[in-house]
Design a protein around this ligand. Sequence first.
Ligand code: F6P
Length: 528
Amino acid sequence: MTSRALWQRYQDWLYFHPGLGLYLDISRMRFDDAFVASLQPKFDKAFTDMVKLEKGAIANPDENRMVGHYWLRNPDLAPTPELTQEIVQTLEQIEAFADQVHTGAIHPPKESRFTDIISIGIGGSALGPQFVAEALSPDLPPLQIHFIDNSDPTGIDRVLAQLGNKLATTLVLVISKSGGTPEPRNGMIEVKQAYTAQNLDFAKYAVAITGPGSNLDQVAKSENWLARFSMYDWVGGRTSEMSAVGLVPAALQGIDIRAMLDGAKEMDDATRVPNLKNNPAALLALAWYFSGNGKGEKDMVVLPYKDSLLLFSRYLQQLVMESLGKEKDLDGKTVYQGIAVYGNKGSTDQHAYVQQLREGVPNFFATLIEVLEDRQGKSPEVDPGVTSGDYLCGFLLGTRQALYENNRDSITVSIPQVNARTVGALIALYERAVGLYASLVNVNAYHQPGVEAGKKAAAVILDLQKRVLEVLKTQKKALSMTELADIVGAAEEVEAIYKILRHLHTNNRGVVLTGDLAKPGSLTVSLG
Ligand SMILES: O=P(O)(O)OC[C@H]1O[C@](O)(CO)[C@@H](O)[C@@H]1O
């Protein structure tokens, strides 16, 4: 295509949202009109599915749940007045709580102000809050946030060590929709122990964000924690940023949560338009479908050219991959769907993996996120008449062009600034694109059966560990791995048993392995 023709294609396919100042450019995806026409019937269905979902249909059939994250930013759309009221009240409760913490009306037992937050949660109960903190937290926030998003002892130690004596002024948010996920539960128990070790009454620092009646909710209630906020069963973890899960930490950091909700609402309005060319989420879904042949054959590489958007790709990874990565479609047919997502930021990644993108295996499409405003205030010149921001812009445009020249497609999303409205809008844009794309490829975007399988398998391993230790307590002599596995009644699990024992041995947990470590079959085990 000549540069004139490309310029025309750019204008033909450019989407612009005047209220948000957001541009979406899919002109560098090489679909043609025939392809677009062929997808129209699928889009008609996707738009209808979306209307039903927003009206409260059971859009997540496996879990028999409504899917209502869109109501969070426009409560009047909720299907019942009770739900509308619940959303409005929770928002007011969040704002009042954050305000009281900021003014010191709510304060730690022996101090006048809370200074820090430990946010404990995983998956959707961490990724949104982390992305938003990185993108929007002021340089000097009223409360500085720290995250524990894993069951990694060293990771927990690091957060606690960094806080040190400041635990006395640190608020703890325990975020878990189900209230039963092991990682946040472990984090909570360890953090609670750290408070107790400093003679601090954990309950006076602790806030639960969870489903009403969950295990976590019951603990928080019985121990009389500082506050409890409700997470609704009709909001999925990966779309929960605009529920209490994301809004409580954001409000505490001084982020304008109303602006975030407004930006999302404006984008929701724009992505409700049942017309492909005038709906930015539909355009994204079209581009994804084209690129991966409706089968996820190409990966989505997300490159925001702005440091504060670093975690956007990590956030999208869960949103896209947990939603779309499915073995079965809605008719029970085996389809192995999904789109792999990765990326960090530009131009940094140009000095890492962009070499492969430009010249290596062509198994991806890029999404470049451009922020039009370089910084607030004047920029110094780094060359005559040239600023660092000009360089960043040049790197983005150059990468887009270099990729295209080598038959690598890209999408460009441009926003005027990184602020609460545009971040809310970006989240809403991708939530809707995922919903529409799921409909195009006929999968349930709102369940995650594969994750449940992993959780169950982990529980089986922990149970095996208990059984192994019980058997070892009754043994008088050291046993080989196979002898032990036989006595435990888990001959098939000998390798897992060996790995459990190696872990316990390394951590001085009373398990002694003797023999040649390079030859696991030669080892014997006993309790030291
Ligand atoms: O908020 P919860 O219930 O602790 O779940 C955390 C995450 O675990 C998952 O259920 C599975 O990974 C995610 O969907 C969810 O965001």
